[in-house]
Design a protein around this ligand. Structure first.
Ligand SMILES: [Zn+2]
Length: 317
């Protein structure tokens, strides 16, 4: 697999450094001290809580039926997720939904499902977990059978749980090729499966895992179609985003796609496209300190994604 951003050697060094700060990584590679991480629980109303640890943040829905958990974080965070759930519910975990095949979203599946929870995910996620895969240049071995989703779906699924209607949608080739958008209709909360940037930063798509710029735009449009002006959209980390932020993100991605596509059609190389600074007027809003997705990185991602989907007969740079 290739790292998401590949250009010259200098860029590669930058990317390696940047990826080490990326939360949505198979975080075992990052040397994170999980003993120091604390989960911040935020009540989003109607029985839905955000469990945030600035990684692959989880959501729970609690009620008389038990607990529905969206994403299990990494294996070493499993005990902390269990403890955080115990603070708001004494019921067992009945259902687990994994949003996508990055290890900080399914790592503690086996431990958290051993009480009898049913794991649900997109077909592609199970396939990746069962066979093992590579993400961010790190090999993820095949998962044990007890960690695998036992219920999978292709395009959409609806779960009725404790009075809530939980709708699952699969946007093809968005953040990855295994994404599930999770919409809690009554609570008016959507888990974005990494298709919106954390803390209002540039969003990231993992082309090595089947993600694409076009798919990100479709995913954001899907979430906009589900949202009203009070919807909370949960990214991988940080405070939930507002519909305004989601609209702005979609506008930024569509504008960037148009600009980079034009540069490609003008015959510009990837480095020339970066030098043209097509993100210049977006960077002040979308580049955040500590976020590895800079304007230049965003341009490279867009360029690579758009040239990958160009028909092979079209001349490339
Ligand atoms: Zn991810």
């Amino acid at each position: 697999m290739k790292l998401p951003l590949l250009a010259g050697a200098a860029t590669r060094v930058g990317v390696a450094a940047a990826l080490s700060a990326l939360s949505c990584l198979p975080v075992a590679a990052q040397g994170v001290d999980y003993s120091k991480l604390e989960i911040k629980t935020t009540d989003l109303g109607r029985g839905v809580y955000l469990l945030g640890w600035r990684g692959g943040d989880s959501l729970i829905l609690v009620g008389d039926d038990g607990v529905l958990l969206v994403d299990t974080s990494v294996a070493r965070m499993g005990d902390k997720i269990t403890a955080a759930i115990a603070k708001v519910s004494n019921k067992p975990i009945k259902l687990i939904i994994n949003t996508h095949a990055h290890a900080d979203h399914f790592g503690a599946n086996e431990a958290l499902a051993k009480g009898g929870a049913t794991i649900v995910a997109n077909d592609k996620l199970r396939e990746r977990m069962a066979n093992g895969f590579t993400a961010f240049n790190q090999a993820i071995p095949p998962s044990p059978p007890a960690a695998l989703p036992m219920v999978t779906y292709a395009d959409a699924m609806t779960i009725h749980f404790d009075g809530e209607t939980v709708q699952l949608f699969h946007p093809p080739n968005a953040h990855t090729d295994s994404d599930t958008l999770v919409h809690f209709k009554r609570a008016n909360v959507i888990h974005a499966s990494g298709t919106i940037g954390g803390d209002g930063g540039y969003p990231f798509f993992d082309m090595g895992s089947g993600g694409s710029l076009a798919g990100m735009i479709v995913a954001e449009e899907k979430m906009l179609s589900l949202a009203d002006d009070k919807t909370r959209i949960v990214a991988d980390e940080g405070e939930p985003a507002s519909p305004e932020t989601l609209k702005a993100s979609r506008h930024m991605l569509v504008t960037l796609r148009g600009r980079v596509q034009r540069l490609i059609e003008e015959g510009k190389s990837e480095d020339q496209a970066v030098a043209a600074k097509p993100t210049r007027d977006f960077d002040a809003k979308w580049v955040h300190q500590g976020n590895f997705v800079t304007g230049d990185a965003m341009t490279r991602l867009a360029y690579q994604s758009l040239t990958r989907v160009t028909p092979p007969t079209t001349p490339r740079r």
